[in-house]
Design a binder for this molecule. Sequence first.
Ligand code: ZN
Length: 277
Amino acid sequence: MRWTPGNRGNVQDARGRSGGGYGMPLGIGGVVILLVGSWLTGVNLFDVVGSGGSTEVVAERPVESTPEEERLVDFVDAVMGDIQGTWSSKIGNYQPTKAVLFRDSIQSACGMSSAATGPFYCPGDRQVYLDLSFFNALHQKLGAPGDFAQAYVLAHEMGHHVQNLTGTLESQPFSGNANERSVRVELQADCYAGVWGNEAAKPGRDAAGKVELDPGDVEEGLNAAAAIGDDRLQGKSQGRIAPESFTHGTSAQRVSWFKRGMETGDPRACDTFADSR
Ligand SMILES: [Zn+2]
């Protein structure tokens, strides 16, 4: 991907905020172990998180960072800005949000969350939450390298923001059980990620300060979608697959819906609730 650093208006830096409650502070190594432990037991793989409720004392610490990490902050800011620009032209009454960057754990309107949750969207405060160490684990532990794989994660979470703004999260009628509903919601977020990808793939965008894709970027996104299918993760962690416990859909489904968004660029093509497959 090609992109230009901006003014960080699309991120909120909470990396110096310590929420407590998870044995702080943990080094990066500890976080990665936490993350992998969580994924391999089949917990959230970038999820929409419901409301929690605990309140914790919050302490601010100075942010210790590296040039590499700062570049990642700029990357997240640039991609978030691009995704928001896309959606503000696709749906009426789009309301901007931010990606809250945290380390180890964070207090949101959805309660206290650890990095082990993975990136998530909190409907209660309409923000995306991300511990940047996830990107490293996405590459190293889940086998999904590349900047567009990272962008897909952000675009998926922003898909939940769109669902929140359009009412899908709260009021979409559905007759199936909670797991089946969750799969529909998550696959639609994958499709919405593709809708942004369709926009990002258009040529000549960098002239307007927008992100542009390089050859191989789309493949990185498709590979990432396949890497985090419920069937693949369950196979890895448990050695068996239990479809009734799926929450996000199979690798094939995630790839298929992401592709559908990429190919059409049309959110109306993302009606996973109407689709009977
Ligand atoms: Zn999700």
